[in-house]
Design a protein around this ligand. Structure first.
Ligand SMILES: NC(=O)c1ccc[n+]([C@@H]2O[C@H](COP(=O)([O-])OP(=O)(O)OC[C@H]3O[C@@H](n4cnc5c(N)ncnc54)[C@H](O)[C@@H]3O)[C@@H](O)[C@H]2O)c1
Length: 327
């Protein structure tokens, strides 16, 4: 039988359907199966997307399906989950989404799936960890979107500031995908020249202190967008497509994703935003940057915060040996 690339998408809400649309427009993957609790939405999306095939760069089989269809999938992308309701804490949301993930991941694995998970649902670092645990797959085959979007936002902000194409800006956001994330200024450069040098080159135009404001814009971007339109979905959807392409095309591309860190950066047993090399096998390497003292301290703080936040769900769902305790 001819080998085709199949992506299974679980969750066709704002993020999931934007991902499907971007996948189709960029001609990535041969097959896309869409799964959601809300069957009407998922089925309607599949019908709608199929009507775009006549205008797409490549043919694709798109259908509304079920977990059984994950068996032959190369990648299962999860963007399903509950959103934070008024009065609900982040921990309430975490517990709710962990329980949803337990069902989803068990159902995917029951199909005989043996590919790569890509997780985008929030809190993404913790849910990626839980996906790894629930699935029993090797760590390198479970990837979270991590700070892929935050890094893209930083590159955009720096591009606006320095008036240089986003694609020629190299800068990372690392840590939790959330309030404790950090910019890695020590490794940020514009076309190869460090941001610090570039600022010094043009003292009349740029100011070191502007970097603080740029980072705040990045860190708080989701709040600003949600305030205006209720959700953020295009940016993350394009990031997920980029990641999908890097996996399917065996690219060895570098992204700040949520990868499993156990020793690197002085952090143990955690999924967190780090630069990593991604190819057809999943994550092949966590890149260990020489962070400066301040960055290293911020990264460790972000890691501790994540550890603390995930403790209640780890205790609830794992036994002492670190295996899932509930069926
Ligand atoms: N990682 C990132 O950078 C990033 C960026 C934006 C949004 N997100 C996250 O992505 C997630 C989805 O956001 P959204 O705006 O698309 O939400 P949404 O409410 O529009 O969509 C969620 C979808 O999940 C489905 N769903 C819920 N429970 C399910 C289950 N048990 N099985 C199958 N499907 C189920 C719902 O029916 C819905 O269609 C959220 O957690 C959000 O915080 C992450």
């Amino acid at each position: 039988m001819e080998r085709v690339n199949r992506v299974a998408l679980v969750g066709t809400g704002a993020v999931g359907s934007s991902y499907a649309f971007a996948l189709l427009n960029q001609g990535v993957a041969d097959e896309l199966v869409m799964i959601d609790l809300n069957k009407d939405k998922s089925e309607g999306d599949a019908m709608d997307l199929n009507h775009g095939l006549a205008f797409a760069p490549a043919n694709k089989k798109i259908w509304f399906g079920d977990y059984e269809d994950c068996r032959l999938a190369d990648i299962v992308v999860i963007t399903a989950g509950a959103n934070q309701k008024p009065g609900e804490t982040r921990l309430d949301l975490l517990e709710k989404n962990t329980s949803i993930f337990k069902n989803i991941v068990d159902s995917v694995m029951a199909s005989g799936f043996d590919g790569i998970f890509v997780v985008a649902t929030n809190p993404v670092d913790i849910l990626t960890y839980m996906t790894w645990k629930f699935s029993g797959l090797p760590v390198h085959r479970v990837i979270g979107s991590g700070t892929i979007l935050d890094t893209a936002r930083l590159r955009f902000q720096l591009s606006e500031y320095f008036q240089v194409d986003t694609r020629n800006i190299h800068a990372y956001i690392m840590g939790e995908h959330g309030d404790s994330e950090l910019p890695v200024w020590s490794h940020a450069n514009v076309g190869g020249r460090s941001v610090f040098d570039r600022i010094q080159d043009y003292p009349d135009k740029y100011d070191l202190q502007d970097l603080d404001h740029i980072f705040e814009q990045v860190r708080d971007a989701a709040y600003h967008i949600i305030e205006r339109k209720g959700a953020t979905h295009y940016g993350i959807a394009m990031g997920l497509v980029r990641l999908t392409k890097a996996i399917l095309h065996n690219e060895n591309a570098v992204f700040t994703i949520s990868g499993y860190v156990d020793g690197a950066y002085g952090v143990e047993d955690l999924y967190i935003g780090v630069p990593a090399i991604v190819n057809r096998h999943g994550i092949t390497e966590i890149i260990q940057l020489n962070l400066n003292e301040e960055e290293q301290a911020k990264f460790k703080k972000s890691a501790s915060l994540l550890k603390e936040t995930m403790k209640p769900v780890v205790e609830k769902y794992m036994n002492k040996e670190g295996h899932p305790s509930q069926k």
